[in-house]
Write a protein that binds this ligand. Structure first.
Ligand SMILES: O=C(O)CCC(=O)C(=O)O
Length: 427
């Protein structure tokens, strides 16, 4: 039983009781609660329209970039690449349209996620776990026991690349076939969507490489497109949305995120100290730069903090696809790309080995269960640092080098406290 009496409030017991229901936030809503349990209450209150700055809010939202001219005439291609560069340098976020993923696939994916979360609680419970070594995980709040306040959100995720799960291990509601879609008749939607996102991610990483003045294959050659976690969120309607958040303020820890959202809205990005709504655009995907891409680009590109506000009315569905190499066992030391460094432009991140990483994790006291992406199960040795070619005398390296695993371990261990994990690695 989850208590609501504040005088004898036992948070730890409450969290455990909630977790043991295996029914998530959706279970609370289905039970008809009218006040939210105290462990969901954020302090200070997260005002959705709050500004951290007295200056007026930016007039425009995040850029919407039409990709239809990519690879066509050089002028269109360069124009698109330039828009991506500016967006990545200023907003860290942009939306893309005409990205090549059919609308039907986007819709099927959102519907599949909705079906998963809205199915019989008993069936869903079979997937409920905090064992991050599993490839398919459903739970509520991966940081339930470590975060300062819980979020009004349930999630399931699948590690789709480089080693996808067996199709039969995917939730069956996500394997529903849409007979009307000829090319999907024999494909699971999740698998099809992931394939399409992998293709789009690789294309975007090419454009981002070009935008940094590098060879177009540079970021993909660094394996930025190798790992993919597809994270499927469900934000039930909340009886007291002013007290909680759907997702706390954070920046993404990977290289690049491709976000599919439904038409409800709620995602906000922190831009010039204002929370700016990322308005849903039909058929569009939201793209954002992750911390490791900010790091590799030596702060040329920005990994921007964002959050999702809770809403009273309807559930919201989103699918965040994280490009990250934190799941792979690569026996390599990751270091800043030599070609980008010079005497006047030293690397801003230090290099680390797996040995260092394991020691770091041990010192941090991680037990493997606080790592969303199982960095302990899939240590990688590659060291990421600012790209040498874009480091100059006047704009020298700002970060130490590190493995993705080391970065993720720190990111996870510090919790969502509103302070960028990147600060920890600044030189
Ligand atoms: O649901 C969203 O719009 C954003 C989710 C998000 O920020 C995340 O999964 O890290």
């Amino acid at each position: 039983m989850i208590s609501t009496n504040e005088s004898c409030y036992d948070r730890a017991a409450d969290l455990k009781a909630f977790d043991e229901t295996k029914a998530g936030v959706k279970g609370l809503v289905d039970a008809g609660i009218s006040t939210i349990p105290p462990f969901f209450i954020h302090s200070p209150k997260p005002d959705p329209s709050s500004s951290l700055d007295p200056a007026p809010k930016p007039k425009f939202g995040i850029p919407v970039i039409d990709l239809s001219g990519v690879g066509k005439d050089p002028e269109s291609h360069t124009g698109i690449m330039g828009r991506i560069r500016v967006a990545s340098e200023t907003w860290g976020f942009f939306q893309v349209v005409n990205h090549g993923i059919p609308t039907a696939v986007l819709e099927e994916m959102l519907e599949g996620v909705r079906r998963f979360h809205e199915q019989e609680a008993e069936v869903k419970k079979g997937f409920y776990t905090r064992d991050v070594s599993k490839k398919v995980v459903y739970n509520s709040n991966y940081d339930l026991y470590t975060g300062p306040a819980a979020n009004w959100r349930d999630t399931f995720y699948c590690l789709m690349a480089p080693h996808p799960p067996n199709p039969q291990d995917l939730p069956s509601v996500c394997r529903e076939l849409n007979i009307a879609l000829g090319y999907l008749t024999s494909r699971e939607v999740m698998i099809e969507y992931s394939k399409q996102v992998m293709r789009l991610g690789s294309l975007l990483l090419e454009l981002l490489s070009e935008a940094l003045g590098l060879n177009k294959s540079h970021l993909n050659d660094m394996d930025c497109n190798e790992g993919l976690a597809v994270v499927c969120h469900y934000y039930p309607g909340c009886p007291q949305p002013e007290l909680t958040l759907g997702t706390s303020k954070h920046a993404d820890d990977g290289f690049l995120t491709v976000l599919l959202q439904d038409q409800i809205g709620g995602l906000q990005v922190l831009h010039q100290n204002h929370w700016v709504d990322v308005r849903p655009v039909p058929g569009a995907l939201v793209i954002n730069i992750g911390d490791l891409l900010q790091l590799i680009s030596n702060d040329k590109f920005k990994s921007i903090e964002h959050r999702v506000v809770a809403n009273r009315e309807e559930p919201r569905v989103s699918v965040a696809s994280f490009f990250s190499t934190s799941f792979q066992d690569t026996p390599k030391v990751y270091a800043p790309i030599q070609e980008l460094l010079s005497q006047g432009s030293p690397p801003r991140y230090r290099g680390v080995t797996v040995q260092e990483y394991v020691t770091y994790c041990a010192n941090k006291g991680l037990d493997g269960h606080t790592c969303f992406f199982s960095t302990l199960s899939y240590p990688t040795l590659r060291v990421y640092g600012p790209v040498k070619e874009i480091v100059t005398k006047s704009d020298p390296t700002k970060y130490e080098e590190m493995t993705a695993a080391e970065y993720f371990a720190y990111y996870q261990s510090k919790g969502r406290d509103g302070i960028s994990a990147l600060d920890h690695f600044k030189l």
